[in-house]
Design a protein around this ligand. Sequence first.
Ligand code: FES
Length: 192
Amino acid sequence: MVDIVAVSIASSVVLVIAVLHFINGTGWESNADISQEILDRRAATVPETSFPEPMNRSLGGGGGAVAAVGEGGQEGAELEEAEEEAQSPADMPEDEVEYFDIELSKEGETIEVASNETILDKAEDEGFDLPYACRQGQCVSCAAHTPDGPAEDHVTHYEQETFTDAEMEEGYMLTCVAYPITDFTLETNEAP
Ligand code: FES
């Protein structure tokens, strides 16, 4: 037979213990959130860069990997140089354009060519029917020769892919991609 008094006493004791437990709490506390502190410390270990997003994805705006090719870096300087080399004379600012006299010896005429236009374009504008095909420096159809010395002393080739350095040294040029940088004499329709 169940002893009602004993059960009541036991229930009371359990109830008191439970109440005391929840009043005092478990004593457990969560750890402090230090994630921002860690982010700040990591950000401080990489240098700042001036790269805009999306390149500058490093913590705190730094760019460890991209900074190596950024401003002041040797690779960065080479990239800038390559970009300058790839610039077409056709894109030069108007206030930098100069004009040069090119004597077409076979035609017996002299034409004035701006430093931002090709010899072929200008000769055609002047009514000369010079040979050409690709107009992109990839064949020899527009080849010409200057007796005045190395071609590169007289013109800037933009993306010519046909002549060797030795051939240009002999005075050969491609009029479709040749922009004058000085006065000179030109023998049209001459290939090595
Ligand atoms: S037309 Fe082809 S290289 Fe000039």
